[in-house]
Design a protein. Structure first.
Length: 364
């Protein structure tokens, strides 16, 4: 017995040392790899997200037309560029232009926001007027000065952003082409990469499959479902604002689309006060049209489209989506509206897997 331990003990220690060294090496090179990718983390992140969303389309192309993977990946990339990427770029450019025009109109006095607020205040009961006075919104001249000052800061912000965009055009183009380049290879070699990652993860096969399915479902639900619902609500809101001749309809449309991403907030926080202003100021038909359109068209989009696009099996509690989305936006910026709910969903799934490994105990 002692001879066996003498022969095999050093070998086992040597094997453990080699395994620990390998783990340390893996940790170091993984940290280094993530570190060198950080300057382009946005491009890599959206390449992965779009790859997950458009992978089923690439498989359908391959099954239906019998093309090779290079051709189907190129066709899928072209479709993604046309329907997903270019509209975002064009809308962002128009939004910056619209925002700059709005601030210039406020600064020059063409758009008297303080006058609208004063007019709205006069329609309110005395108690609410006194409440506005306590918050410093009763003095029209002081309020106008604050708005003009904010408008000047906003104009400077948009001018700075335009200048920064001009300076950072090269960086943007580099990140953009990195995303397209990486997306092409993820569409082409995605299944093989997924198999390699699943093989390397030290979990049981059912657990790995469950986490992978949850990851894919949450990504597709968050981007495809929530974004399409938000875009639809924003487009409808912008359309009705344009029809009612409300200034800067595109800016309000983007704001409504953004607020539609947040549960318990929604686009009603924009069109609701505008409809109330129309009704209180005597523009009855505009207020009625906007109110009915907001309730029965914009509001019902969420109830009709979201269950179809998201699905019941990927739904999380609204409070969890709201908190994780706001937290993701505050930490990761615009990318956080996907990263936040994704981390929350994986958090819930991982703890559910851990609980399932524990023996069930009958509580008293």
């Amino acid at each position: 017995m002692s001879a066996w331990c003498f022969r095999h003990g050093p070998d086992m220690n040597q094997t453990n040392l080699q395994f620990k060294t390998l783990l340390l090496l893996l940790a170091l090179v993984t940290i280094a790899f993530i570190w060198i990718l950080l300057p382009f983390y946005g491009a890599v992140f959206w390449a992965v997200i779009l790859g997950i969303i458009f992978a089923p389309m690439q498989r359908r192309f391959q099954q239906r037309f019998g093309w090779n993977r290079n051709l189907t990946s190129l066709a899928t990339l072209t479709v993604c560029l046309i329907i997903a990427i270019l509209p975002v770029i064009i809308t962002s450019a128009l939004l910056v232009q619209e925002g700059a025009t709005l601030y210039k109109n406020v600064e020059s006095g063409k758009l008297d926001v303080a006058g609208y607020i004063e007019q709205f205040k006069n329609f309110l009961p005395p108690y609410f007027q006194h409440l506005l006075d306590r918050f410093g919104m009763g003095n029209l001249e002081g309020l106008r000065e604050k708005i003009v000052k904010s408008a000047m800061q906003g104009s400077q912000f948009f001018a700075t952003q335009a200048f920064s965009f001009g300076q950072g055009t090269f960086d943007f183009l580099v990140s953009f082409f990195i995303m397209l380049y990486l997306l092409y290879f993820l569409l082409r070699d995605g299944p093989e990469l997924v198999r390699k990652v699943r093989t390397a993860v030290p979990l049981a096969e059912p657990q790995k499959r469950r986490l992978q399915l949850k990851f894919n479902r949450v990504v597709r639900a968050t981007v495809k479902g929530n974004v399409l619902v938000a875009v639809t609500q924003g487009a409808l809101g912008g359309l009705i604002f344009w029809f009612l001749d409300i200034p800067s309809a595109l800016l309000w449309a983007v704001l409504m689309a953004f607020l539609s991403l947040l549960p318990a907030v929604g686009a009603g926080i924009v069109w609701g006060p505008v409809a109330a202003y129309f009704l209180l100021s005597g523009s009855i038909w505009q207020g009625v049209v906007l109110g009915l359109f907001g309730v029965f068209v914009i509001g019902l989009v969420d109830n009709v489209l979201r269950p179809i696009l998201v699905g019941k099996d990927t739904r999380m509690p609204d409070y969890l989506i709201l908190i994780s989305t706001l937290g993701g936006l505050s930490i990761f910026g615009l990318n956080g509206f996907v990263i936040g709910p994704l981390i929350a969903a994986l958090f819930m799934s991982s703890w559910a897997l851990f609980v399932e490994t524990k023996p069930r105990v009958q509580l008293p």
